[in-house]
Every structure is written in structure tokens, then in C-alpha cells.
Design a protein around this ligand. Structure first.
Ligand SMILES: Nc1ncnc2c1ncn2[C@@H]1O[C@H](COP(=O)(O)OP(=O)(O)O)[C@@H](O)[C@H]1O
Ligand SMILES: [Mg+2]
Length: 346
């Protein structure tokens, strides 16, 4: 287990700056998830942390020691990638133990560590198989097993499940959660998947264009996004962004340029609220998502209704939300904190 401290880390490739001063503290045993749009620098940051790429400026500390110039093999970090190249001619056990064999570990030590990792990952019955005799999820577990046997201080995962189909992803998500509970090792995990981020993370780091937009617990980010970007990025369906004029003036804080409201915080009302036209009704079984076209909203407003709600396409509806459920953002996109008036932006 280890702590990690990133201080003003930048990275440029030639003239092309990719990371613009990343500050981040990761505690011992913490499970941290990096999310952000494609190309925002998540993989680059992982590569800097494990030493596959060189940091341009700034410092990286592991357990308080600056490791900028420490070679990857000496950092005690193991990385699991999206595409995992297993050796096709080797058994599962040999694939898992290969790095240890290269490092000169004894046969007994290799066997002990592989046996234990296989047990953690429920691979014990598969140890004699070849990779081609495994499912996609099993192969990814072997790839994780290869990392575990090295007993790293820190695990890095770069979208490890994105090659798997939806059902397998759910199973593997459970597997990773078990791993986290069982090993307690510090982990950094990159994903595109909202559910993975929300369910696995102790802490989510939202990145955008080489910067950190916000760091917080999943519920912090969901309930109190610091700015419009985070509001739009965290949560599925996305947060609705609306003109303040659609709401009662008394419900809108001074300086609000846009109002965010989540699908579950909107409801159908008989009077008051604002008017829209139902453009699409999605029945998900447990919920209904209605997409409502509203003048003053760029995108259709998404409303979550109970699974038995009946709503016809083309119907005119009235929508409203409680004032406490409104998220206000100023012209620059920053959250206006209505509970702390002195921190309001002008
Ligand atoms: N070796 C490289 N040389 C030049 N540019 C790179 C290199 N690696 C990544 N980049 C650029 O850095 C940016 C961030 O990439 P990446 O970290 O892979 O993003 P993400 O993982 O968030 O999708 C992208 O614009 C990408 O083109
Ligand atoms: Mg990437």
C-alpha cells in the first residue's frame, strides 16, 4: 500500500502540451477513478505515474519519496491495460508467473504467489488451460493476476473492461470490487463507464483537456458538481441544462446564467412549472425516461418517471423541480453555491 502525491505535473509531447499542472493526493488503500472525455490525458497521466513516460515538469511522490527519475520496475507499480497480451502457448499459471520467473524468483515462491492470486481471482480450476480456452472475462482476470503476483504497492488500470461485452463488464466490475476489498492496495482506475466510476470509486477525478475539473466522492460530484462541465459529465442520463427564465425568479440565485436539474428531480405538474412537448418515451421497466422538448433548452429535457407512467409522444406536459434541487452556474460555468452566499461569483 502506498500514498501518491502529484504536484503541478505537466506533460508535453514536443510542442504539444497535454497535461497542464495536475495536483492530486491519493491516500493509502484508496480506489481512485479517473474519468474524462477521450483525449483529455488520462492514459498519459497513468503512464507518467508508472514511469513509462517522462514527466515534463512537476513532482511525483510515492510514500513521500520523489520518484520522477526512478525507473518503472523500481516503483512498485503494476499496470493492467485494456488489451492484455497473454502468451498463447503458455498455461494460465505460467502466464501469471512469467514476470516473477524473469525476476529470478524461486519456483516455490512463484507457485505460492500464483496459487494465491488464482484463488483471489477464482482462476484456480483454470490454471492449466491455455488462453484460447478461456472467455474474454477469464482472460482479463489472468491479466489482472499477472499484476497481482508482483505484489505491487499501487495498481493502475487503464479501461480494463472496455473490450468486454455488457454482461461480462458487470461481472468483472464485481470482481474488481472484491479485489479492492480483499487486497486493500492503492488503485487508480480509468474508465468511460459511469456505473464503474460511481460504484467502484472512493474518489473520482474528473479531467478535461489536461486539467483536473473536480475531485470528490461519487456522491459529492453527483450532488454538488463544481462546474457545468462536471455537471454534464457525471451522471447518466446527463444533467439537464436550462435557461433560468424557466424557473420561478425566487428559486434562481443571483448571477445564475444556467440552471442544471437532474432527470429524477423533475416531475410532471398540473399547474405552474414550464411547458414542453414529449418527443420520446423510453420504457426501461423500472423507470420511464421522457425526453421533452422545451423552448429555452438546447437539448431535450430528460425526466425520470415511475416504470408504470403512461405518457404519449406529442403530449404537452408541465415540468417542475423543487428549488433545492436546482444547480445554478454562472456565466463562466462555475457553480453558484446557494448555501454560502459570500462565495457567490459576481
Ligand atoms: N506519445 C505521444 N505523442 C504525442 N501525443 C500524444 C502521445 N500520447 C498521447 N498523446 C496526446 O495526448 C493527448 C491525451 O491522450 P491520452 O492520455 O491518451 O488521452 P485519454 O487516455 O484521456 O483518452 C491526446 O491529444 C493524444 O493525442
Ligand atoms: Mg486512454
Amino acid at each position: 500500500m502506498a500514498t501518491l502525491t502529484l504536484t503541478q505535473i505537466t506533460k508535453r509531447f514536443g510542442d504539444h502540451p497535454v497535461l497542464h499542472g495536475i495536483d492530486l493526493d491519493i491516500a493509502e488503500g484508496e480506489f481512485v477513478v479517473f474519468v474524462g472525455p477521450s483525449g483529455c490525458g488520462k492514459s498519459t497521466l497513468l503512464r507518467l505515474i508508472c514511469g513509462l513516460d517522462e514527466i515534463s515538469t512537476g513532482t511525483l511522490q510515492i510514500d513521500g519519496e520523489v520518484v520522477n527519475d526512478v525507473p518503472p520496475a523500481k516503483r512498485g507499480i503494476a499496470m493492467v491495460f485494456q488489451s492484455y497480451a497473454l502468451y498463447p502457448h503458455m498455461s494460465v499459471a505460467d502466464n501469471m508467473g512469467y514476470a516473477l520467473r524473469l525476476a529470478g524468483a524461486s519456483r516455490a515462491d512463484i507457485t505460492a504467489r500464483v496459487t494465491q492470486a488464482a484463488e483471489v481471482l477464482r482462476l484456480t480450476p483454470l490454471l492449466d488451460r491455455k488462453p484460447r480456452q478461456l472467455s474474454g472475462g477469464q482472460r482479463q482476470r489472468v491479466a489482472i493476476g499477472r499484476a497481482i503476483v508482483r505484489e505491487p504497492r499501487i495498481f493502475l488500470f487503464d479501461e480494463p473492461l472496455s473490450n468486454l461485452d455488457a454482461a461480462l463488464r458487470v461481472d468483472m466490475r464485481g470482481e474488481i470490487a472484491r479485489l479492492k476489498a480483499r487486497l486493500g492496495t492503492t488503485m487508480i482506475y480509468v474508465t468511460h463507464d459511469q456505473t464503474e466510476a460511481m460504484t467502484l470509486a472512493d474518489k473520482i477525478v474528473v479531467m478535461n483537456a489536461g486539467r483536473v475539473e473536480q475531485v470528490g466522492s461519487p456522491l459529492d460530484l453527483y450532488r454538488r458538481p463544481a462546474n457545468r462541465f462536471v455537471a454534464g459529465f457525471i451522471g447518466s442520463p446527463r444533467m439537464n441544462i436550462l435557461q433560468p427564465t424557466l424557473f420561478e425568479a425566487t428559486a434562481v440565485p443571483a448571477g445564475a446564467a444556467l440552471i442544471g436539474v437532474r432527470a429524477e428531480d423533475l416531475s410532471l405538474v398540473d399547474a405552474g412549472g414550464f411547458v414542453g412537448t414529449v418527443a420520446l418515451v423510453e420504457h426501461l421497466g423500472s423507470d420511464v425516461f421522457a425526453h421533452v422538448e422545451v423552448a429555452g433548452a438546447e437539448l431535450p429535457v430528460i425526466v425520470r418517471l415511475p416504470g408504470d407512467a403512461h405518457l404519449a409522444r406529442g403530449a404537452t406536459v408541465r415540468l417542475a423541480a423543487a428549488p433545492a434541487d436546482l444547480h445554478a452556474f454562472n456565466e463562466a460555468g462555475a457553480r453558484i453555491d446557494t448555501t454560502q452566499p459570500d462565495r457567490r461569483a459576481a
